[in-house]
Design a binder for this molecule. Structure first.
Ligand SMILES: Cc1cc2nc3c(=O)[nH]c(=O)nc-3n(C[C@H](O)[C@H](O)[C@H](O)COP(=O)(O)OP(=O)(O)OC[C@H]3O[C@@H](n4cnc5c(N)ncnc54)[C@H](O)[C@@H]3O)c2cc1C
Length: 321
């Protein structure tokens, strides 16, 4: 470990014996790591605020053997499996408020609404996912996760061949449009007033039969999450039957200011191929560390891989198998 700053006095209580691993975040990345660490006899604590990124959606796709499963059911099944391992503790609907170095390991302040307990661990896995900010479009959230999605690989199958919208304000909008055009020939890009598709890109999209609308969006129409139309500020009406939105994604790492691990160009945690951050003993897996694809099974795979690496590192062996 590197030089560590002193740990503040414990808040209320202390869970005295250090855990082998503290996992922050109980999505597919964190829970998959917990399962594999448990099976390697590690004493594991999972602290999970229980606010998964995909909470907006009713059905998840693309997870082998679980295609079409509700997101909460996938988590329930994972936790039920973990219940068979007495060396795993899950603290649900609690969060880590502060994480810092402590001797040769780490100390975390955890609790529901405020720090209530200090726990210590030799190693920490960050699996906290991403936060999303949707474009500022009136009533967009009412359609998100039902007929408006962010991940084409996850949800475009159900929307194929329909007239679709792509709503976004980021510079990768034209590239995303070309991807979504794989599933439909009737696609319109809505920049919501942002100047993000340049004229060369617009010409390229037009050649592929994709129109670009630059006027701000005044209103989305539809009932019970089923998007049926878009009205622009210039009065133009578009009939659509769903589509995609490009949120802004950001990590929330405000609970570890003193550790300051390196970030990549997208603000995600920078990790090596094994999931090690720039801080010794601190690892990351899932959306918080990955430029993509941001998918459940990819996050679960990253969790399994980092679990093996944490065990290898703890005993100082380097093996790929
Ligand atoms: C609308 C939508 C639909 C999607 N549909 C699909 C799909 O069909 N198929 C697919 O493969 N992928 C889908 N995804 C992507 C998928 O949800 C993510 O790739 C996946 O959830 C990433 O897993 P994760 O474990 O990294 O993070 P998450 O699942 O987001 O879990 C992170 C957990 O960490 C917790 N946490 C955060 N900060 C703290 C803290 N300080 N202390 C304690 N806990 C904390 C959060 O509350 C959360 O429970 C979808 C995403 C969205 C937004």
């Amino acid at each position: 470990m590197t030089e560590h700053s002193p740990v503040p006095e414990p808040v209320e209580g202390t869970d005295d014996e250090p855990y082998d691993v503290l996992i922050v975040g109980g999505g597919p990345a964190g829970l998959s790591a917990a399962l594999n660490l448990a099976r390697s006899l590690a004493r594991v604590l999972v602290v999970d605020a229980d606010r998964p990124r995909n909470a907006a959606t009713l059905i998840s796709h693309g997870f082998l053997t679980r295609d079409g499963i509700p997101p909460h059911e996938l988590r329930r099944l994972a936790r039920a499996e973990l219940a068979a391992y007495p060396n795993v503790t899950i603290r649900s609907r609690e969060r880590v408020f502060q994480l810092q170095a402590d001797g040769s390991g780490f100390a975390a302040e955890i609790g529901r609404r405020a720090p209530e307990l200090t726990v210590r661990a030799h190693r920490v896995l960050l699996a906290t996912g991403l936060r999303e900010t949707l474009p500022e479009v009136p009533n967009l959230r009412g359609f998100y996760g039902v007929t408006l999605f962010s991940c084409a690989a996850c949800d475009a199958w159900e929307l194929q061949d329909r007239p679709l919208a792509l709503i976004g304000e980021t510079p990768d909008l034209a590239a995303r449009a070309r991807l979504i055009a794989r599933w439909t020939t009737r696609l319109t890009v809505f920049t919501n007033g942002a100047d993000t598709v340049d004229t060369a890109e617009e010409a390229e999209l037009a050649a592929a039969g994709i129109a670009v609308e630059r006027s701000p969006i005044a209103e989305l129409h539809g009932e019970r999450g089923a998007l049926t139309g878009i009205t622009l500020a210039d009065g133009t009406e578009h009939a659509v039957e769903g589509g995609f939105v490009r949120p802004e994604w950001e990590t929330d790492l405000s609970f570890l200011p003193a550790l300051a691990p390196d970030l990549d160009a997208h603000g995600h945690l920078a990790v090596d191929r094994a999931g090690r951050t720039s801080v010794p003993g601190l690892y990351a897996a899932g959306d918080v560390a990955s430029p993509g694809p941001q998918q459940l099974i990819v996050a679960a795979g990253a969790g399994a891989r980092v679990a093996a690496v944490m065990i290898h590192d703890s005993i100082g062996v380097a093996t790929a198998h």
